[in-house]
Design a protein around this ligand. Structure first.
Ligand code: CO8
Length: 261
């Protein structure tokens, strides 16, 4: 197996339980070519199975989170190739990850780059971040969730403006619109995001995973189906040792010791 060339994976945090994945193709503003997305999919799968890792932080560099799918790679492709070959089918790997994935967005998050951030569970941004869906300017449209997630995260009207104009919005505008939770000075962003990841990493992994699945069902199902699913998942926590330990520790006024079982 070849070592990745276009991403860097590090284990970070005081307890070494957070993975920091950096997109690392700075010469192309982290444009998401097939090789980079293949490397990312493989790395995410490995991290999802690695029991030492509790939370994944995805970032780029200060200039760009990612400036979109690789236009130079796409330029000569024909319909039959992209449709028949399932072009960029590996993009869904990120939304298949069971552990929490937090995006730390500095610089450009455009097109597929913005969509990649929207696939993450939480988005923090640096004050220089810019989000946008400029596909309309190159004669195509978002293809990795842009037209679906923007309206769910913000509003239909806001999503229409972003997708139909291709104009970029700032980190603060993205926060006001409900896309981004917090905005930090660009230089502090990754450290602040790792702090958030460490806070989540303190919790029981099995319960964290269950909560992530339940929150996601709010986007994927009707309210009634989501509520039924939430109730069932809540019931299922009673089959875990961590639920017993959590409530016992509360009664004994001590910190719980999670075993993720
Ligand atoms: N693809 C390929 N190369 C890129 C891309 C890109 N998306 N973005 C930047 N680059 C390259 C540039 O070509 C340039 O390379 P070179 O030095 O060889 O000319 C290098 O990165 C630096 O870029 P610039 O010189 O343009 O830097 P500027 O600071 O002047 O401008 C911008 C920065 C504004 C971000 C500008 O680069 C830009 O507009 N980039 C394109 C943004 C864009 O249109 N993105 C959308 C692409 S389409 C898409 O993402 C569809 C997603 C569908 C996913 C479907 C999954 C199933």
């Amino acid at each position: 197996i070849q070592e990745p060339r276009m991403i860097i994976v590090e284990v970070v945090g005081a307890k070494k339980n957070v993975a920091l994945v950096r997109l690392n193709r700075p010469e192309a503003l982290n444009a998401l070519c097939s090789q980079l997305m293949d490397e990312l999919a493989v790395a995410l799968l490995k991290l999802d199975m690695n029991t030492e890792i509790r939370v994944i932080v995805l970032t780029g560099n200060e200039k760009a989170f990612a400036a979109g799918a690789d236009i130079k790679e796409m330029r000569e492709l024909e319909f039959a190739q992209v449709f028949g070959g399932g072009y960029l089918a590996n993009w869904s790997a990120l939304s298949d990850v069971k552990k929490p994935v937090i995006a730390a967005v500095n610089g450009f998050a455009l097109g597929g780059g913005s969509e990649l951030a929207l696939m993450c569970d939480i988005i923090y941004a640096g004050d220089t971040a810019q989000f946008g869906q400029p596909e309309v300017n190159v004669g195509t449209m978002p293809g990795a969730g842009g037209t679906q997630r923007w309206p769910r995260f913000t509003s239909k009207s806001f999503a229409m403006e972003v997708c139909l104009t291709g104009s970029r919005i700032t980190a603060h505008e993205a926060k006001d619109a409900g896309l981004v939770n917090r905005v930090y000075p660009a230089a502090d962003l990754v450290a602040e995001t790792i702090k958030l990841a460490e806070k989540i990493a303190e919790k029981s992994p099995i319960i964290v995973q269950t909560i992530k699945e339940s929150v996601n069902s709010a986007y994927e199902t009707t309210l009634n189906q989501g509520l039924r699913m939430e109730r069932r998942l809540f019931h299922s926590t009673f089959a875990t040792n961590d639920r017993k330990e959590g409530m016992k520790a509360f009664s004994e006024k001590r910190t719980p010791e999670w075993t993720s079982s």
